[in-house]
Design a protein around this ligand. Structure first.
Ligand code: URA
Length: 209
């Protein structure tokens, strides 16, 4: 009985994610849709376990991601894999996605209108997966997530908030938020490497249950 309800939940989650995927594939109203289709790129929905306790949110796909349809498969992704392995995790045990699901031209920062188009999909992914902790990668994902959950720290810089576990004020919230540096930030500033490794250690407490 218990097992049956578990597999029903998984089936439900899979079909909700499938529906969301189809909606994003056909999202002609997105300002990034023409760029995607003209270049033969794929949207990047996310990947990993639909029962993950830990959900990572990055910014937007880059070239390798838009070509493969998978999040974090380029250089930053290799480093993310290393960070996951350092705490005995891998992609199958967590869920990895981005705020913006299509590649912005020339890897520019996502614009507010683009974030607004894709944000409802991210919120649906959060509802489907119900993670215990949301680990944001970089300042775009951090700013968006802290505002979404009305966290009072939202105006503070990532240099101050990284590695701090934040509890949303909503008493019904079943998750907390951990701002992390974006893995690519380390390529520009080697001094961040130690901090990002230490911050990842905090996720160990969320790997069981
Ligand atoms: N950077 C991101 O923020 N997301 C990816 O998927 C890849 C690089």
């Amino acid at each position: 009985m218990h097992q049956e309800s578990h597999s029903n939940t998984i089936n439900k989650k899979q079909s909700q994610m499938q529906k969301l995927t189809e909606e994003i594939i056909g999202l002609e109203s997105s300002p990034l849709y023409p760029y995607r289709t003209q270049n033969g790129y794929l949207p990047v929905i996310g990947e990993g376990s639909l029962n993950a306790k830990i959900m990572f949110i990055g910014e937007a796909p880059g070239l390798s991601e838009a070509q493969s349809g998978r999040p974090f498969v380029g250089r930053a992704g290799k480093f993310l894999d290393e960070l996951l392995n350092s705490i005995d995790l891998n992609r199958e045990k967590v869920y990895i996605t981005n705020i913006v699901k299509d590649r912005p031209p020339d890897n520019r920062d996502p614009r507010a209108d683009e974030i607004n188009v894709y944000a409802p999909f991210l919120e649906r992914q959060l509802t489907i997966i119900q993670p215990h902790i949301i680990a944001t990668l970089g300042r775009f994902a951090m700013n968006y997530t802290l505002k979404l959950f009305k966290l009072p720290q939202h105006s503070q810089p990532i240099g101050f908030l990284h590695g701090k576990i934040l509890i949303p004020p909503d008493p019904n919230a079943h998750y907390c938020v951990l701002p992390l540096y974006h893995p690519a930030a380390v390529f520009y500033n080697r001094g961040l490497e130690k901090a990002i490794h230490e911050d990842f250690e905090l996720l160990k407490d969320f790997t069981q249950t």
